[in-house]
Design a binder for this molecule. Structure first.
Ligand code: 5AD
Ligand code: SF4
Length: 452
């Protein structure tokens, strides 16, 4: 299963193929075991179909992101020693009726794809070419999957899409509301009309199980509807955490990237989000070294990061991709060592500001969903609403019925934060709780009396 977004992701797959080719040869020579078939699936298959077939003689299947239903037929074709290929992109494939098999049934978190493709055409990005046109999965199929996950004990789902704000279930026609783009934002495609929108989806999804946490990613900063902010504040099981990828802090770079907003418009959106959802944790993606990026323009990325103070940031060096507008129109002219240096500077700033942000949480009580046990330290590891890790010792704490019981995976625990690093917290677990109980306590000013 491959990714083509940056060159680095593809290099990893070429190395993996070297390894798999040896494995396939070995298996072919041995008398035991089934013959190995190698399939390249996903965006890299879409992008490099010819190269994969011509150069990689060992590959049996090349299947793009919209052809997974065809896998049984493709496998059958390989029985005669042929390479089977299907890289057709679809206008409507959402895999809505395919319920994913959960490999680890004990996982209490799950990801759900709510839409596929992207129509945004940011100039650096290959996704619209490898994933095709944007299409949304019907609300009913998403809600059904969430019900199933809830029944299986899943406590947190993350809704996935390239740009969830433009989610539209057009199978449910409605003339409810249309959003006009806010001042300073524009889009390269016509805003779709009618249908159920992302705020409707959030409303329905968060109603399935009030004790199931809901997160979503990614939200393109343009076309950010007030209704989405509203529903986040209304529902305590929708986490106060937003991924708002800025990509750059410079309006001129953003223009070249065709992001559809300026630095000022982005900062205004951040201010609005913070005023509607106090305490919201923001995360971002940032690219340094995009075509023509000057030192001054890069400095604006640093100052934007300083101003916003992200809880989480994914930082990338620009990697030129064929087919994209940037490939055709601009020059990848920032030298590699400069890209590397800028990346290091972004990272340093990000770690410093995370440290400051996280220190401010010391002494506060967080609602933590326990997800796993760290095998090395034997501590329990969970996440707070901000999606940051919180480590706690295994111990017995006050339970809902007034007795004491040990903490187990899948429990919601109120944790007092006692140590804050840039990427994780440690704390003292206080008592077992639920989303409903925790926020009721919070309403009374966090005055929680606990016998330790
Ligand atoms: N080079 C570097 N980073 C990229 N991204 C997308 N395309 C490129 C590229 N060509 C980053 C963006 C996006 C994230 C998923 O990957 O920051 O939000
Ligand atoms: Fe790529 Fe832009 Fe679409 Fe994100 S919104 S997937 S960066 S084209």
């Amino acid at each position: 299963m491959t990714c083509a977004i940056r060159e680095g992701a593809e290099i990893k797959i070429w190395h993996r193929l070297d390894h798999l080719r040896g494995f396939k040869r070995q298996r072919a020579m041995s008398k035991n075991g089934y013959p190995v078939k190698i399939g390249i699936l996903g965006c890299m298959a879409e992008r490099l179909k010819e190269k994969l077939i011509e150069k990689e003689k060992s590959v049996d299947i090349v299947a793009g992101p919209d052809s997974y239903r065809d896998l049984p037929r493709l496998l059958a074709v390989t029985e005669n020693g042929q390479t089977a290929v299907n890289v057709l992109l679809s206008l409507d494939e959402t895999y809505a009726d395919v319920v994913p098999v959960r490999l680890n049934k004990n996982n209490i978190t799950a990801f759900i794809s709510v839409m596929r493709g992207c129509d945004n055409m940011c100039t650096y990005c290959i996704v619209p070419f490898t994933r095709g046109k944007e299409r949304s999965r019907p609300v009913t199929s998403i809600v059904d999957e969430i019900k199933l996950l809830s029944d299986q004990g899943v406590k947190e789902v993350t809704l996935l899409g390239q740009n969830v704000n433009s989610y539209r279930d057009i199978s449910q026609q409605t003339e409810k509301y249309e959003t006009n783009l806010a001042k300073g934002f524009k889009t390269v495609y016509k805003t779709k009309k009618g249908g159920l929108r992302f705020a409707d989806l959030l409303e329905k999804v968060s109603s399935v199980d009030p004790e199931m946490r809901i997160r979503f990613t990614a939200a393109h900063p343009k076309d950010f509807p007030d209704e989405v902010l509203q529903i986040i504040t209304e529902r305590s099981n929708i986490c106060n955490q937003l991924h708002l990828p800025a990509q750059s802090g410079s309006s001129t770079v953003l223009e070249r990237m065709r992001r559809g907003y300026t630095r000022e418009a982005y900062l205004e959106l951040v201010a609005k989000v913070r005023s509607v959802i106090p305490g919201v944790a923001l995360s971002t993606d940032m690219i340094c070294g995009f075509c023509g990026e000057t030192e001054e323009e890069f400095q604006e990325t640093l100052t934007l990061m300083e101003t916003v103070r992200y809880h989480t940031a994914f930082l990338f060096s620009y990697s030129m991709r064929e087919k994209t507008t940037a490939y055709r129109r601009y020059k990848d002219d920032v030298p590699n060592d400069v890209k590397k240096d800028r990346h290091t500077r972004m990272l340093k700033l990000y770690i410093q500001s995370c440290h400051v942000l996280n220190q401010a949480e010391l002494g506060k009580v967080h609602l933590v969903l326990i997800e796993s046990i760290n095998k090395k330290t034997q501590q329990l590891v969970g996440r707070n609403e901000m999606y940051l890790k919180v480590n706690v010792d295994q111990t017995e704490i006050l339970s809902e019925d007034g007795g004491k019981r040990a903490i187990k995976i899948g429990d919601y625990v109120a944790v007092k934060i006692t140590d804050a690093k840039a990427s994780a917290f440690s704390g003292v677990p206080l008592y077992h709780t639920s989303i409903k109980e925790f926020y009721r306590d919070k309403c009374y000013g966090n005055e929680i009396v606990v016998q330790l």
